[in-house]
Design a protein around this ligand. Structure first.
Ligand code: UDX
Length: 430
């Protein structure tokens, strides 16, 4: 067996688990996927994919022979020594990470000196150390433990797997498992950060918290730009050219969504609080983001005396393009607030409508973008799907009742929108 073809187990077949499984299968590993959700495993065994992620279905089909799906851990334990854990760690009511799914895996693992748990799930710093303690107490202390956090982005997850900025591998043991995990990633040629478990855990939380901070920062700059007549697009361009800052994650808009940023910011803040430290900056990052999600409301109320009875078309529902994920989506806050003000909201998303209906069954969803635009007093770009950017604005102007276009992602060609006689406003564009 060559190191690059080491078989692996993947426990939990959500976004992270499936992408990890498919990525390693593509590199030549046999991959044993385990999930407690029978329906999901049945679907995957038939070659169907339960989530929308560009390229995933094709890669699952191409690697069908190397991918094995089961609801039992036994097959993975028999087939592989490295067991990647990629189960959910959603926030608890208290805001810190719910580790029950991770702990269930730890409990289910047999005692073995030949196996390792490789933690992909995002867990608070210190979790690895407690898991190792639990394993020792349960007489399973020979099981190795590695922290290998995942940095993939939804919508570009497969490309992120293949071209990671870095691979982080943390261990506090004798290193055999960390060596094997590092070998698995070696063909990708990414910088490798070999470190201890606690630091690996903290790298993940700190990375997401910093990215969220960058977004909230540029959103606050955008809000100040609106008061001072500056243009945040120009400001971000000028600021981002400073190599110490960099141009990425400086797009102002109506706030970040998704499952990771708010969860990890909150988990890091509470982790700090639980150890007696008040992480002030992160409170502001979260608050700025929540207010930013409501920013469109004030833009609309400036134009209409009252929102009651006004028809508002929402273009996009997903938290970002190329995903059907609605977790933390700004559209949810916006739709709820607009409805509370008495507006008639009609939304369209090319992919996420079904997911959105699960969360907001009362949301009026159109079957086409034209359906969301027709008769609208105002339309709001919520998710920058490419098809919205290519709209024929003259036709949009004819189809709408009113003329207000709010660009919540600064993604439209404002001049083209205005040239069609529409009243265009972005975020922070002065
Ligand atoms: C994020 C991290 O990027 C990834 O490394 C981690 O593994 C999981 O969390 P993801 O949630 O998939 O990934 O999406 P990402 O592309 O990072 O965008 C998150 C949100 O931030 C989106 O709502 C996006 O619209 C918003 N965003 C992003 C901005 O508002 N401005 C920006 O400049 C960048």
């Amino acid at each position: 067996m060559t190191a690059a073809r080491e078989p692996i187990g993947v426990i939990g077949t959500g976004y992270v688990g499936l992408v990890t499984a498919v990525g390693f299968a593509e590199l030549g590993s046999e991959v044993y996927c385990v999930d407690i959700d029978h329906a999901k495993i049945e679907l995957l065994s038939r070659g169907e994919v339960p989530i929308y992620e560009p390229g995933l279905a094709e890669l699952i089909a191409r690697n069908g022979e190397r991918l094995h799906f089961s609801t039992s851990l036994d097959e993975a334990v028999a087939g592989a020594r490295l067991l990647f854990v990629s189960v959910g760690t959603p926030p608890t009511y208290a805001g810190d990470a719910d580790l029950s799914a991770v702990l269930a895996v730890v409990e289910a693992m047999p005692a073995s000196a030949e196996h390792a748990l490789v933690m992909k799930s995002t867990v608070p710093c210190g979790t690895g150390r407690s898991i190792v303690r639990m394993l020792v107490e349960a007489g399973k202390g020979d099981l190795a433990y590695v922290s290998c956090p995942e940095f993939l982005k939804e919508g570009s997850a497969l490309a992120d797997f293949t071209h990671p900025d870095r691979v982080v591998v943390g261990d506090d043991g004798d290193g055999w498992a960390a060596d094997a995990v590092s070998e698995l990633y070696a063909p990708l040629g990414a910088p490798l950060v070999r470190t201890d478990v606690a630091s690996a855990e903290m790298i993940k939380l700190a990375s997401n918290a910093f990215l969220a901070t960058k977004i909230s920062f540029i959103n606050e700059i955008a809000n100040v730009c609106e008061e001072t007549g500056a243009n945040v697009l120009e400001v971000a361009r000028g600021v981002g050219l400073d190599q110490r800052i960099g141009p990425k994650f400086l797009s102002a808009g109506i706030g970040y969504g998704g499952s990771c940023f708010s969860k990890d910011v909150s988990a890091l803040k509470l982790l700090a609080a639980n150890s007696g430290y008040h992480f002030q900056l992160l409170s502001a990052v979260t608050e700025v983001n929540e207010l930013q999600k409501r920013r469109v409301l004030s833009k609309l109320t400036k134009r209409f005396d009252a929102l009651a009875g006004r028809r508002i078309g929402l273009l996009g529902l997903a938290f970002k393009p190329n995903t059907d994920d609605m977790r933390g989506a700004s559209s949810l806050v916006l739709a709820a607030r607009l409805s509370a003000e008495g507006a008639q909201v009609r939304a369209f998303d090319p992919i996420a409508t079904d997911e959105a209906r699960k969360i907001m069954p009362e949301l009026d969803c159109a079957d086409s973008v034209e359906g969301a635009i027709a008769g609208a007093d105002a339309i709001v770009l919520v998710t920058e799907w490419p098809q919205f950017l290519a709209l024929d604005w003259a036709a949009v102007a004819v189809a709408m009742s009113g003329n207000v276009v709010i660009d919540g992602r600064n993604a439209l060609d404002g001049r083209a929108v205005a040239a069609a006689g529409l009243d265009y406003e972005g975020i922070g564009i002065g």
